[in-house]
Design a protein around this ligand. Structure first.
Ligand code: ADP
Ligand code: MG
Length: 277
């Protein structure tokens, strides 16, 4: 029943539709199975069409940066992928590892291997980080994991991410600094073992230290989990100085208007988005 979370990389590759043009060697050395496939996606928010035909493919091991000016639809895309019910898909499809999840509720998508940094409540009073993660990991695996198992894995990850062990006992998001919130997001991503992670860096107040935390954390999770596909929403090139994206996608007025390698982010920095209009 739990075919998605059990699907190993090798199984998926043998059943994948291979793309004839493989522009870049996959990091993982795999044949580049598609983790996320978006086909001609149209999304409405409160009766207004915000996404107007988005196509996007994220393959195993790839890190995509999604850039674009404010209001271009980046967060709308992230919400639609995650299954936020306020974002109505009027046409097109979203596939996770080749399976059409367009009509699935958000929790089913999460169980199937999708991770969204902002999908969890801001603050849960009285719930320690460790307890929250145990519940979240159990939900993802479809079976209760023991206190001990979560503790061991949590301690390992906190060490890798350079976090103070005392953090595990703190209440979720209560009084977290910006940097701690970011670390906690990365910790959740690591512990939940997703196939696809969507990180929306909505917080324009992220300072250089927080950006570095996110960048290093992402690198560490990719090292341990090389097939993970990541869609990183960002309007800043700064994080892309810390983190080499495989692809840069540019969104403008609800469509992806340009796609390229890391050099595209540099060009946008020089020329801005006006050139693309
Ligand atoms: N929940 C919402 N209700 C109404 N309008 C929304 C909502 N979410 C997004 N929009 C509108 O959709 C457009 C795209 O917004 P958004 O996806 O947040 O852009 P970005 O993340 O690129 O800044 C904007 O015009 C915004 O006002
Ligand atoms: Mg946004």
């Amino acid at each position: 029943m739990d075919s998605v979370s059990n699907a190993s990389v090798t199984v998926e590759i043998s059943g994948s539709k291979e793309s004839p043009e493989i522009p870049e060697p996959a990091r993982s050395g795999a044949a580049g199975a598609e983790v996320l496939t978006i086909e001609d996606l149209h999304v409405e928010v409160e009766g207004h069409e915000i996404l107007r035909g988005v196509d996007l493919v994220v393959k195993e091991g790839e890190l995509h940066a999604l850039m674009g000016p404010n209001g271009s639809g980046k967060s709308t895309l992230a919400n639609a992928i995650a299954g936020n019910p306020a974002y109505r898909i009027s046409s097109g499809r979203i596939l996770l590892r080749g399976e059409d999840v367009s009509s699935w509720p958000a929790d089913a998508r999460a169980r199937a291997g999708m991770f969204l940094a902002f999908q969890y409540p801001e603050e849960i009073s009285g719930v320690p980080v460790s307890q929250f993660l145990r519940q979240a990991v159990s939900a993802r695996r479809g079976t209760d994991i023991s206190v001990l198992e979560v503790r061991v894995s949590l301690m390992e990850w906190m060490q890798r991410l350079g976090m103070d062990p005392a953090f595990a006992s703190r209440y979720l998001n209560e009084g977290f600094s910006g940097g701690e919130k970011k670390r906690n997001e990365i910790l959740q991503m690591a512990m939940l073992e997703p196939d696809l992670a969507i990180l929306d860096e909505t917080d324009s107040g992220l300072d250089v230290d927080a950006l570095r935390i996110v960048a290093r954390g992402i690198e560490e999770v990719r090292r341990v989990r090389p097939a993970l596909g990541i869609l990183l929403v960002t309007h800043y090139r700064r994080i892309l100085e810390e983190l080499q994206p495989d692809r840069v996608q540019v969104m403008l007025e609800g469509r992806i208007v340009e796609s390229g390698g890391p050099e595209l982010a540099e060009r946008l920095d020089r020329e801005g988005y006006e050139e693309l209009r």
